[in-house]
Design a protein around this ligand. Sequence first.
Ligand code: URQ
Ligand code: ZN
Ligand code: ZN
Length: 479
Amino acid sequence: MTVLIKGGTIVNADRTFRSDVLCEGDLITAVENNIEPPERATVVDASGQYVMPGGIDPHTHMQLPFMGTVASEDFYTGTAAGLAGGTTMIIDFVIPNPQQNLLEAYDSWRGWAEKSVADYSFHVAVTWWDDTVHADMRTLVQERGVNSFKHFMAYKGAIMADDEILVNSFTRARELGAITTVHAENGELVFRLQKEIFEKGISGPEGHPLSRPPEVEGEAANRAIRIAEVLNVPLYVVHNSCKQSLESITRARNEGQRVYGEVLAGHLLIDDSVYLDKDFNVAAAHVMSPPFRSKEHQDALWRGLQSGNLHTTATDHCCFVAEQKAMGKDDFRQIPNGTGGIENRLEVLWHHGVSTGRLTMNEFVLITSTNTAQIFNIYPRKGTIAVGSDADIVIWDPEATKTISAKTHHQNVDYNIFEGMTVKGCASHTVSQGRIVYKNGELMVERGAGRYIDRPPFANYYDALKIKAQRSEPAAVNR
Ligand code: URQ
Ligand code: ZN
Ligand code: ZN
């Protein structure tokens, strides 16, 4: 298929300029003015609109088996909903059960993801440790295109990684040239607080945020950062929701440590008043971890994006319908944790970020696409409008308005955390692998068209050390 996007203004992370864009096959083949339409080209008039790299969501959980059920959004419906909102790639998670072979889990997730309609990749969680995990991490990096390993410091009794697992896995990741990532909440403290709160007689969703105060997140973020510092491995902290974790990241970065921070669109815009809703279904629909916080934390998170101490935005799209959430009707600890958002991330960040002046358009591209591509080593294949890059493009109509609702969204879930929010600026067209897959409200997707995207390792740490050693050896004196 050949698509010519004419008359638009290209917005990359580094600059904004007027140009046409030609897509032939799955690649961008020309970025210049006044391109003549090739024969049989589909021409899109993008005048008055912005032409941006497709969004990359670095944090989703499609059809995740979790807390006794399975997330309602699968790889087909979830990637389709992403395309409807201008997101053209996801990085999801392989989460092995403790003692489950990592490669076996990886193969399961690869099978589930084959129905995706857009490109995808996987972080792999390390939820236990023995020599086979040590060995399988190498196979995943060198033969399966994995360069990031996740560690849940929460969820005691399930997938929680204690310090022994963190230390072993972080060390191995460094040897392999991979980056480490963490869900930073102290799982022991959460377990204790949940028990105390429930035993006090608080069984409703209002107990959820009480059992996960920001200090519990701040402790874990700082601990992971310090472990990564001692072991000299890069670290990416997912879904920062509070000042405390942001402060730890900021300190580390000011000291030159390689730490990156992610923030969810939800944590930037939804506050903890949702847990006080008298309707169980509304309050439970918002149960996710870390929980939504008060406005002071939201303001800090926006400043984190503006200051460059938070680098990527995500959704942690992990949906459960009301019937599933009702598993915790009598005990908030049993409410499956997770909320959606993949379809709305770009539009809510444009409306509340760019249109308010918090972010420039270029910074918008940086935090919705380019930084993720660079941190996870798939740039410039992804994350930029450039000749030779994948033709993953969102055409953005800054004048279009919409009111977000579960009644009209494409997500396979009966609630939308942005319900009723009116936004100005949204995708008019989405191009994925050079094909128009979304146009003015209509999805034209093909089941299974999504590709698994390999993410190569970074320079192996020891290679870097060897290079460093060679450089510092005194030059051999010719005797
Ligand atoms: O913790 C996560 O990121 C997964 C299990 C999704 N659920 C959530 O509450 N964030
Ligand atoms: Zn998490
Ligand atoms: Zn998650």
